[in-house]
Design a protein around this ligand. Structure first.
Ligand SMILES: Nc1ncnc2c1ncn2[C@@H]1O[C@H](COP(=O)(O)OP(=O)(O)OP(=O)(O)O)[C@@H](O)[C@H]1O
Ligand SMILES: [Mg+2]
Length: 219
C-alpha cells in the first residue's frame, strides 16, 4: 500500500487548518472506507488534543517540525513514509509557518489543501503559501502536489464572505466548495469528535463530506 499524503496548511493562524484536517481525515475513514492516519506537525498540538479523548475514529500521530530540528526533515519524512506504507491517506495538519520544513513536507505531498478565510490578511498569507507550493513543484517534475483552496469559516452575511470564491479563483488553483462558519465545529472539538459523529445531520457535516469527496479523488 502506498498512501496519498494530504497536507493541510496556510501561513496564517486560525484559518481552520486543524478543523479541516481533522474532519476530512475522519470523513475519509468513516464507514471503513479507507485507512487513514492524521499527523499533527504543529507544536501547538491542536489535532493531538482533539484526538486525546479517543473518539475520532482515526489515530493521531504527533510529529512536530520543531522537534525534527535542523537535520530533522529526513527523520520527519521517514516517519511519514512509514505511515504511507500502511494507510490509504496520511493527512498532515501543518503549522502556520513558512520555511524549509513546510517546503519539505509539500515536496512529498500529493495534495496541498489550503483553508482561507475571507480577510485581507489571510489572502496575503495565502499568496505566500502558493509561492511555497510552486517552489515545491519546481523541485519535482510531475506538477505535484495538486492544490485545493478551501474557503473556510465563511459567513455569507459579510461582503467578503460573498466574494471569497471569486477572489480565490484569481490564484489560478482549484477552489473547493466553502466550509461555513458554524458553531457545531467549535462544539465538536470540545467533545473530541468530528462533525460527522457529533452532528451527523448538520450542514457542517454535509460540507465536510463534499470536501472529502474531492480529496478522495486525489492522484
Ligand atoms: N468552519 C468553522 N466554523 C466555526 N468555527 C471554526 C470553523 N473552523 C475553525 N473554527 C474555529 O476557529 C478556531 C481556529 O480553528 P483551527 O484551530 O481549525 O484553525 P488553525 O488554522 O488550525 O489555527 P492555528 O493556526 O492556530 O493552527 C477554533 O476555535 C475553531 O473551532
Ligand atoms: Mg491548527
Amino acid at each position: 500500500m502506498s498512501g496519498k499524503i494530504v497536507a493541510v496548511g496556510n501561513l496564517k493562524g486560525g484559518t481552520g487548518k486543524s478543523t479541516v484536517a481533522v474532519n476530512v481525515a475522519c470523513a475519509l475513514a468513516s464507514g471503513g472506507r479507507a485507512k487513514v492516519v492524521l499527523v499533527d506537525a504543529d507544536g501547538q498540538g491542536t489535532a493531538t488534543d482533539w484526538g486525546a479523548k479517543g473518539r475520532l475514529g482515526v489515530s493521531v500521530r504527533s510529529h512536530p517540525f520543531e522537534e525534527a530540528g535542523g537535520a530533522g526533515s529526513a527523520a520527519w519524512n521517514a516517519a511519514v513514509d512509514e505511515l504511507k506504507a500502511g494507510h490509504d491517506f496520511v493527512v498532515v495538519d501543518l503549522p502556520p509557518q513558512l520555511g524549509d520544513a513546510t517546503l519539505n513536507a509539500l515536496v512529498g505531498a500529493n495534495l496541498f489543501v489550503v483553508p482561507v478565510t475571507a480577510s485581507g490578511a489571510d489572502l496575503k498569507a495565502t499568496a505566500k503559501a502558493i509561492d511555497l507550493l510552486r517552489r515545491a513543484r519546481a523541485l519535482r517534475d510531475d506538477r505535484r502536489p495538486a492544490c485545493l483552496l478551501v474557503p473556510s469559516r465563511v459567513d455569507r452575511r459579510t461582503a467578503a464572505g460573498k466574494e471569497i470564491e471569486a477572489v480565490l479563483h484569481d490564484f489560478g488553483e482549484p477552489v473547493a466548495p466553502a466550509i461555513g462558519q458554524r458553531t457545531v465545529h467549535v462544539d465538536a472539538f470540545t467533545a473530541g469528535e468530528w462533525v460527522g459523529a457529533y452532528a451527523p445531520r448538520s450542514v457542517a457535516h454535509d460540507e465536510i463530506e463534499v470536501l472529502a469527496a474531492i480529496v478522495r479523488r486525489v492522484k
